[in-house]
Design a protein around this ligand. Sequence first.
Ligand code: ASP
Length: 328
Amino acid sequence: MRVLLLCTGGTIAGRGGDSTDLNAYTAGALPGTALVEAVPELNSLAEITVEQVANVDSADLLFSHWQQLHQRLRTALADPDRFDAVVITHGTNTLEETAWLLQLLIDDPRPVVLVGAMRPATALSADGPLNLFQAVQTAVSPAAIGHGVLVVMDGEIHGARAVTKAATQGVAAFSSRDGASLGWVDDAGVHLPKPGSSAGSAAFASLTSLGPWPQVAILHGCVEPPAQLIPLLLQSGVTGLVFTGTGAGQLSVVERQALEAWPGAMPLMLRANRCGAGPVHRCESHARLGLLPAGTLSPQKARVVLLLALMDGWDRIRLGAWLSAAPR
Ligand code: ASP
């Protein structure tokens, strides 16, 4: 089996001054080749081609990195015989956004698996080596074919839509929103009970190159929200807004009034929720202002959808139709 390993940095490539440093370290310090050399067991799984796309803390990831990853994935998968799967090492902080972006863009049954680590490579009991091994183990498994973009962390296999970083510490920091993970991987093999069915789920597969990038902001609902920021954001060129509404995605009256008072073109807008689980449904008083419900998408994943929808020239009607037809 031939696997392309694209390395972008993160804690999995982090180096600390001391083996007990779990929070004070430099992310994206080690090259991908060093990560592979540290796990000779990978040779039993696949022939691995390592490429360094970036080496950054994922909090510092840029749209240009996404562009590079997307281009490389497209060219790597264009030849049906070159690679059987792709694994991407990534910082955990924004890993779910990259996974979801690629899920929306890449229409190919071959596995694409993202992996990170919560402890730097220099830490006692670093989780990166086993996570990397299990990511490749999953990527070369026939069971992973057709599942779209996957995330492997701490032996769990998550789908790109549902996966989220749910804790700031600990190796079991990832979970799947609104349900269980897709499966798990251990020394008995890869367990993905349901067959893959991702065909056709890459809604933006026709975007063969990314850019120019629209400006999409996320506003977080809270008591007495700073609604005066809304016109300022729109004046500054923001063309998409995600509201992390309270409860089931509710906006306050002052936020709705600020939108109503905006004299310019309305941005493309989604309502997500700050609860961390459960759907946002359509609501007439919000729909009148052009606010679409994000369903079960987290605010950061709703933003990814808006970025691509604006880039691809989607209007509110098309976006609304896709959101209500998209699998939950
Ligand atoms: N700061 C890191 C990053 O997202 C956190 C991690 O990788 O666990 O790059």
